[in-house]
Design a protein around this ligand. Structure first.
Ligand code: CU
Length: 127
């Protein structure tokens, strides 16, 4: 068995597992943000991760808003600020999400550490 086929077989249970997790997760919160919104409009601050990209690629929020990245792919991604310190999700598993409370105003370029700068976005936090 070559390496590529082995990886494909090994990935199947992981994909099934993450799909199962995302189903049970969406049942428990019905797709709504689980925590109360800390500022007006915060519930709409969702950045979807799908097909190796962030959508929208550039997102503007108010200071204090909760920004939620939701990974719709079946494999992990990260949302990591290019400055290396503002925010770092760590691995967001397929079907999982990461919330960052944007308490610092500024323009933050970020990327996925797994897939490099080809997978990048911008978070703009208005004062
Ligand atoms: Cu990625």
């Amino acid at each position: 068995m070559n390496k590529k086929n082995f990886f494909r077989l090994a990935a199947l249970p992981i994909i099934s597992l993450s799909m199962g997790l995302s189903c049970s997760k969406s049942n428990s919160n019905n797709g709504y943000t689980p925590t109360p919104a800390p500022s007006p409009g915060a519930t709409g601050n969702i950045i979807a991760i799908a097909n190796m990209s962030f959508s929208p690629a550039s997102k503007t929020v108010a200071k204090g808003a909760s920004v939620k990245w939701t990974n719709n792919d079946a494999y992990p991604h990260t949302a990591t600020s290019n400055d290396g310190s503002s925010f770092d999700s760590g691995n967001i598993a397929g079907g999982a999400s990461y919330v960052y409370v944007a308490n610092t105003a500024g323009t933050f370029k970020y990327h996925c550490t797994i897939h490099g700068t080809t997978m990048s976005g911008t978070l703009i936090v208005n004062p």
